[in-house]
Design a protein around this ligand. Sequence first.
Ligand code: BGC
Length: 740
Amino acid sequence: MIKLFKIMMTGLVLTSPVVIAQNRPIYLDDSKPIEQRVEDALSRMTLKEKVAMVHAQSKFSSAGVPRLGIPDNWMSDGPHGIRNEVLWDEWYGAGWTNDSCTAFPALTCLSATWNPQMSFLYGKSIGEEARFRNKNVLLGPGVNICRTPLNGRNFEYFGEDPYLTSEMVVPYIKGVQENGVAACVKHYALNNQEKYRGEINVNVDDRTLHEIYLPAFKAAVEQGHAWALMGSYNQYKNQHCCHNEYLLNNILKGDWKFDGVVISDWGGTHETKQAALNGLDMEFGTWTNGLNWSASNAYDNYYLAAPYLNMIQKGELSEKELDDKVRRILRLEFRTNMNRNRPFGSFGSDEHIEAGRKIIQEGAVLLKNDKNVLPLNTHSIKHLLIVGENATKKLTIGGGSSSLKVRHEISPLEGILTRAAQEKITVSYTKGYESPAVAEQDLKGAQRPEEKVINSDSLLQTAIDEARKADAVIFIGGLNKNEKQDCEGDDRLTLSLPYGQDKLIAGLAEVNPRLSVVLLTGSCVTMPWLQKVPAVLEAWYGGSAAGNGIADILFGDVNPSGKLPFTFYANLNQCSANKLGDYPGDGKNETYKEGLFVGYRYIDQKKLKPLFPFGFGLSYTTFKYGKLTADKKNLQIGDSITFHINITNTGKCAGAEVIQLYIGENKPLLVRPQKELKGFTKVYLQPGETKEASITIGKDALSYYDDQKQTWMVDSGSFQAFAGASSQDIRSNYHFEVSK
Ligand code: BGC
């Protein structure tokens, strides 16, 4: 009996792999190159199967080829965590109990770390969560440039500078895709505001398009090798960007050789012929506004469904473009779902919360710290008062498509309570102000809670009375994810803090000199009370680990090292998009009249004094910069140049400084910004320690886009390199010549 069993086993072991290998079709054989597998799979598909692949079958999925064992594609927002499951054809949550994710900090916080390693950690961690949940496309990250601080979605992007955004997005994509999950970079392109987003036609000159608004997408494709990209809602050259011939066919797929999948934004497709011909590969969310309304069971009527099939069958459209779309989708399948070697992922783990905490620790920006109010003096403070709604509000909910159902969200108050207990400090809390509630939703489209009457005077008075009695006060406020705040679908109306916070902060400052203001926002806000308040920390939206990350900094366990990824304007007149009068357009058209002069480029040009400049951020220690030197004084076009600078920690605690390198051309042939960020490095130093930082730049850093010649150019001439602690705090510069 034992002998017989052995023979059977041996027979099985010997014969079955051989049989499988012999019969395995090429597309299932992962020893074969992907392109060969793509062609093989394509050759086996019927016309109907191909058409089924290029449009959605549910809110977040599209069909594979079930007959051939090719799985469906499943997408999830993005970019801060993996959204909960929704019903097949509804925005409402499906009520699963195993889909509560880790919320990572907002991308503004990530960008403020100025540390590409943090970006990789972020991408890897969120990619693991997506993988575990069997999503093969993560709808993120977003890389649209912060053109105006009023844009409701700035919190989902990396700030105002194309170089910083590019440097930060590439490692994010690599981290995600290591998990066999595609990063879908969005929203391509010129989606710089939410107001009128569905229709607005953006007019922008070619130089500005190439120098400001496209570089991060280009880096995502050419350096990050993103496998997917999402078209935006708006129009460019009077064509919607989800089927825009110039942006998709010419630039993305032509010039940049993108071999991935172009996915429409939800409801961003408008016409069958354009969708077929102008570079769109997958249509999603048609007849929805992408947020909360939709037509039911409309999938067969999508522009790229039955109408497309009919036009092909009638010979009005050829199968050639369809095949190109399907090839791209099959490539996506082989890179993700059908990659047998991809890892399994992990979900809601402590490691992911810790990753988020690290990102907050490096991304929080200390904006002001007079009289060393921070870190909190744990010897003299016995009673600490916390004021402000954001100390307890769930800020992972709301904001539109980035809204999350989270497993944990440590609020700032909880983080502070835990840490203060170790010091035996008594903590009390009072709200001080209140905002109207947003829909407490699993997701988009949930019922709005009933409005309640808020008595703001009494909330304010209670806070001020309490502040009088406390040894120190921490105010935790800012914006939130309510409509017309940091929220998709519309823009902010003003730069001011909402809900009477300015009055409250000013009142607190009057009764307690040891006041720190912690702002949780995704955009800049004005601070009329700034002179009266000794300490201000911008801590962004921190996600699951928010409270712990904030407490780490307030108590001095971690020394802040974040730097602003966008300008904090003193008023809207300092923002070129607002000042030059074209924002937000007339609902149909908008011209980016400010051209290249976005953010600090405009501040420099007009010699303005913002509240806090791009690149600004303090530390609990101080740094001394040495002299900027380089390995060359004269270079030929095409040479690289390496700059060196010594940096010393002159204070009493360990810390990190981001050295920023800006480049400017002295007498350019075409108008250029005075200086532009072209390099940076974050240096970690013990007290008293000195390190030499080196930054190498190449031809790209000296180039501008010549719109006449339609190409990047460097001219002979003299250039300056500026090394600084922010765009307005240049510590040393270096002059060099470039010749042909
Ligand atoms: C947003 C996209 C998002 C999509 C799916 C749209 O409203 O603009 O960023 O990925 O919805 O939720």
